[in-house]
Structures are given as C-alpha cells and as structure tokens.
Ligand binder design. Structure first.
Ligand SMILES: Cc1cc2nc3c(=O)[nH]c(=O)nc-3n(C[C@H](O)[C@H](O)[C@H](O)COP(=O)(O)OP(=O)(O)OC[C@H]3O[C@@H](n4cnc5c(N)ncnc54)[C@H](O)[C@@H]3O)c2cc1C
Length: 400
C-alpha cells in the first residue's frame, strides 16, 4: 500500500511507524511543512495507560519515550497566598521537540521516508497514493470541503510558555490582580525545563495590557505575577514568540472522504487543560492502523470503522475537556472558597454537575462520595453515562 501522511506531528509519525511495523512492504511517506527539528509549544503530559498501549504496539518507541520523560506523583496549587499539596496519579512530561525527534528516528529506522519543508494544501499535491492521512493539525488544510469542519473558539486567552524553573509536581497558581485572576499551570518535561501555560479571561487580558505589551514586557509582567511559584525564574516564549490565542475546539461532520482520512488534531481537538491531545492523537494512530489491518476489508470500510470506534472512545474525554474549559472560563465562581476546597473542586472540574450546584454544596457532597467506595463506583458509572449522553451528537457527527 502507498501511504502518504501530511504532517509530521505525533499523529502522522506514529501512524507511519505502526504501518511499517505491520507490513514493511508498505511505502510510507511523511510530508512535513516545517524544517526538521522545528516545532511549536514546549512539553506535553501523558499518563501510564498510554505507555502501556504504546508498549504493546511498538516496545522500541515506547521505551524511548519513557526514557526521555520525567514524572511526578502529586499536584500543588498556589491560591490566595497559600500552597496546597495533594497526591495524584503518576503523570509524565516529555518535550514536544524530543518526542517528535524520537518518533522521526524510529520511523526512518523502519524505512519511512520523511520529507521536511513540504507543505501540502490539498490531497492532489501528494502524488500517487492509496491512502492520504491528513495529520496536519488544528489548522488542517486538507480537511476543507466535504469533511464539514466546525471550529469553536473558547473565550479565555492563553499563551504556551516555558521556564527554567523545574517544577517537582503538576503545579497550578492563581494570582489575583485588580483586573481579575490570571493563572498558570506548569509541569516539568526534562531535567532543566518546564511548560507553563498562562491563561486569563479576555477582560483581564485587556486590563493587564497583555494585549498591547511587546514580548519582553509581557513576559516580564507575567514573571512578576508568578514570581513565587516560579521562584523568580523568567518565563520564556517559544520560537514563534509570545502568542496569545483562544483555544479552538475542532469537530468534523465526517473523518474520511474517499482515500483521505483525518487523524489527531485535524479530526478533533481537546482542551489543553486536561493534557490529552497528544495521547488521543497516538490512540487515533493505533486505531487507524488496526482498522486497516483486517485482511479483505476495503479501505473506505476500514476508515469508517476507525471513525466509528474513535468517535465513541472520545466521548468521555471530550466531555471532560469541555467541562474543564468551561470551569476555567468561570473560575471566579470558585475563587472565594478556602484554598483546600478550591483545590478539591479544581480536581472535579470535569464534572457535568459542578456548574449547576452551589460550589460549597458540591464540595461537601463530593467529600461524602469520596469517603464511600460504593458511592465512588456509582459516581464513576453514572458520570460516564451522563457525559456520553450529553456529548453524543456534539462531536460534529450529528449523533451518528
Ligand atoms: C497550550 C497547549 C498545551 C497542550 N498540552 C498538552 C499536554 O500536556 N498533553 C497532551 O497530550 N496534549 C497537549 N496539547 C495538545 C497537543 O499539542 C495536540 O493535541 C497534538 O500535538 C496533536 O498532534 P497532531 O499530530 O494531530 O498535530 P500537530 O502536533 O499539530 O502536528 C501537525 C503537524 O502538521 C504539520 N503541518 C500543518 N499543516 C501542514 C501542511 N499544510 N502541510 C504539511 N505539514 C503541515 C505541522 O507543522 C505539524 O508538524 C496541548 C495543546 C496546547 C495548545
């Protein structure tokens, strides 16, 4: 099979690896717009379950990813001048740059051809191929037309920054200003660097003049605001400079059209506050490779199976992401709580019930549930069903 992946991000590179592993006879090419080694963003988080799935599919790249990652086992929140620490599941961080380097090395080792500085604007530009994988990210050029994309913009502003402060936990900091709160979340991703995503409402962004300040002044203002959690270390902008953005939630009416199929962020995005987009992109790759590996199944049928499976698998995570995004858009509702209570509800921000109950009442009800294993199990079951019911049909498929 001749396969061309447009986009050398985690989705496109991992899919190319999986297809070569399944059949070294496949001719697999990755066309990436940017030069080798150039990418946006800093580090990304993931959880142990992803490593387990990757280990099964390709132990070589799974081991390389694990070895290049750092991990933590607790969360810290700086809020109202207090610092609260809570245990958490083991989380992992890896530099985006390093992840892409490892995946590209593995892909080349297996015989994938990677061509950098190859921008593709439409499927017809890729040359002869039996399958064209649009793994070209949130702004996908390939998905226009019959895929029916919808892009919804969040109302908060964020900047994806880095710092030489090496956090030893997943760290949140909420700082009060006279224009409202501004907050950041940081996590380490190698021995000397952490990610620090800064966010605030549009009104606060204007009030603090973050919309007008140049890069050095903007970074300096944020550095002053977060001086305590950052231990005075400056914030750093990536190669693209200090860019304030609104989050774009992408859905598509369909994920394939003939021999073209969407993968990763091109198909769906997931709010960064739940740290799942890269994992979901890799899981898309796993599902697409498995769907194409059923002998006798025509390609369009395999693509439809992949879409059906992934839409279903994504419902709970997409729901959690939407509630999490909304929680941050309404964070003022929770900031009058005591720091310990605030942190507890921060951990519950994915809950569909939280926006509808008074925060104090939710806090106490949640505590009662936490103390009873039977109630915890019931909450898990009911919560998942509610989330799926509420979000089926909001994934762009019209409920298919
Ligand atoms: C602030 C922020 C924080 C995040 N933190 C996390 C996190 O902690 N954990 C996590 O799992 N996820 C996180 N994510 C999400 C994650 O970055 C994405 O979900 C993930 O990168 C999707 O992978 P992808 O391969 O689909 O797309 P991308 O990584 O965007 O890769 C797409 C590639 O396609 C290339 N390309 C684009 N257009 C063209 C074209 N026309 N021709 C050729 N090539 C093209 C691009 O240069 C790029 O290399 C975060 C996102 C944001 C915005």
């Amino acid at each position: 099979m001749r396969i061309t992946c447009v986009g050398g991000g985690p989705a496109g590179l991992y899919f190319s690896i999986l297809m070569k592993l399944r059949d070294p006879g496949h001719e697999v090419t990755v066309l990436e717009r940017d030069p080798a080694g150039a990418t946006y963003g800093w580090g990304v988080t993931y959880w142990a379950a992803l490593l387990d799935r990757c280990q099964e599919a390709d132990p070589v790249s799974a081991r390389a990813i694990r070895e290049a990652s750092v991990s933590w086992r607790h969360g810290v929140a700086h809020v109202g001048g207090e610092r609260v620490v809570r245990p958490s599941d083991q989380g992992f961080g890896i530099g985006r740059h390093r992840l892409l380097e490892l995946l590209a090395d593995r892909a080349r080792e297996l015989g994938v051809r990677i061509e950098y500085r190859r921008e593709v604007r439409e499927p017809g530009q890729v040359g002869p191929a039996d399958l064209v994988v649009a793994a070209d990210g949130v702004n996908s050029a390939l998905r226009h037309g019959r895929f029916g994309p919808t892009v919804a913009h969040g109302s908060n502003r964020y900047a994806w920054l880095g710092t030489r402060k090496v956090f030893d936990a997943f760290t949140f900091a909420f700082e009060r200003t006279r224009h409202g709160y501004v907050w950041c979340y940081g996590y380490p991703f190698d021995d000397g660097t952490s990610t620090c995503v800064v966010e605030c409402t549009e009104a606060t962004w204007h009030g603090l003049e973050l919309d007008r300040l140049g890069e050095p002044e903007g970074l300096a203002r944020l550095g002053e605001l977060f001086a305590e959690p950052l231990d005075g270390q400056p914030l750093l902008a990536g190669p693209g400079g200090l860019r304030w953005q609104t989050f774009r939630t992408v859905t598509n009416r369909r994920w394939s059209d003939g021999k073209v199929v969407l993968l990763g962020d091109a198909a769906h995005t997931t709010h960064y506050s739940i740290g799942a987009g890269t994992s979901l992109a890799l899981e898309d790759a796993l599902a697409l490779a498995a769907a194409l590996d059923r002998p006798g199944t025509p390609v369009p049928e395999a693509l439809a199976d992949y879409e059906r499976e992934r839409r279903h698998a994504l419902l709970a995570t997409q729901s959690a992401a939407r509630y999490s995004e909304r929680w941050y858009q309404n964070v003022g509702r929770y900031l009058s709580l005591k720091p310990e209570q605030f942190f507890a509800l921060l951990g519950q921000r994915h809950s569909p019930l939280l926006p509808y109950l008074p925060p104090q009442l939710y806090y106490w009800a949640n505590r009662a549930v936490e103390e009873s294993p039977a109630l915890r199990r019931l909450r898990g079951r009911v919560g998942n069903q509610v989330a799926r019911a509420l979000h089926a049909g909001r994934d762009g498929s019209g409920g298919r």
